[in-house]
Design a protein. Structure first.
Length: 294
């Protein structure tokens, strides 16, 4: 009897002294930026976990998921511990660049994943340049109109006091128009703001101000009328998009569309419906920042 108790106590002691072993799998999935990565923790004999994702973020969740915004190679490190004992494992994950350039527009109401068009290289490259320099970070959506669009990109909106009129600022240059019939003002279209035809007959775009279309429901009859008025012919695919998502087709042919929201259309609705003053500026500031995915 005494020997049996001794064996049981020895087993318990050895179990308590077992050292942790860090181990994990990175689950398969789409690794094109921005990419959500799920991780399965396979560690043994561990009670606490520290994860380092290689992009400055960390967590102590046992089975984390993490979103990588930018493409590149990232070392994922797990430190599994039990008492004073630790075990460490590192695996590298490669987040691929998207086929077309994307940016992530980050707001307090959610994020928008936006693809920039290669059909508008001047606007695409200018937007990337400004975003990479941090030019947009801290700006406001200074003009929002439900059923129409949300507008930002005015550098004067940074730290602008309540009630200040906005919408005239910019980097000091314009961009030549790149209006093309392939890009239309369907909901989620990213377009360049500009001065009116009376002072800007060439329809040159603002160097930094942009708007994102929310729009309203669109019918075939409306599109037929716009075709007659503007000499603009819609493809069956474009008509299907307008009827599914809505938009602002009366802007087609007059402003340069240079991108589209791939994910986050609901964020446009939230921002456009924010309470606003008589100048259409939201009563509560809606800041944003833009990060280049590729």
């Amino acid at each position: 009897m005494q020997k049996s108790w001794w064996l049981i106590c020895l087993a318990l002691t050895l179990g308590n002294c077992a050292r942790p072993i860090a181990d994990f799998n990175i689950e398969p999935g789409d690794r094109t930026a921005p990419a959500k990565v799920n991780i399965t923790n396979k560690s043994r004999e561990a009670t606490h976990f520290q994860w380092f994702f290689g992009d400055g973020n960390r967590t102590t969740q046992p089975h984390p998921e993490h979103r990588y915004v930018l493409s590149g190679q990232y070392p994922i490190t797990l430190i599994a511990s039990k008492g004073k004992h630790q075990s460490k494992m590192t695996k590298t994950i490669n987040i691929q660049s998207p086929e077309h350039c994307r940016v992530l527009l980050i707001t307090p109401m959610g994020d928008m994943n936006i693809e920039l068009s290669d059909l508008t290289p001047k606007h695409r490259d200018n937007f990337i340049k400004l975003a990479e320099s941090g030019y947009f970070n801290g700006m406001l959506f200074h003009r929002v109109i439900p059923g129409f669009m949300i507008q930002g990109g005015d550098p004067d909106s940074k730290d602008a006091p309540k009630g200040k009129a906005l919408g005239m600022g910019g980097p000091g240059y314009q961009i030549d128009a790149e209006i093309t019939p392939q890009l239309i003002h369907v909901k989620g279209a990213l377009s360049a703001a500009r001065m009116g035809d009376n002072v800007n007959p060439l329809k040159k775009s603002s160097g930094s101000q942009f708007y994102i279309v929310q729009g309203a429901p669109v019918t075939d009859e409306m599109l037929d009328q716009y075709e007659l008025e503007n000499g603009w012919e819609y493809t069956p695919e474009q008509r299907a998009l307008y009827k599914k998502y809505g938009g602002s087709p009366f802007l087609d042919g007059n402003y340069t569309v240079f991108g589209r929201v791939l994910d986050g259309l609901e964020v446009i609705d939230k921002i456009s419906n924010a309470p606003r003053d008589p100048r259409d500026r939201p009563l509560e500031d809606i800041h944003f920042q833009i990060e280049v995915v590729k």
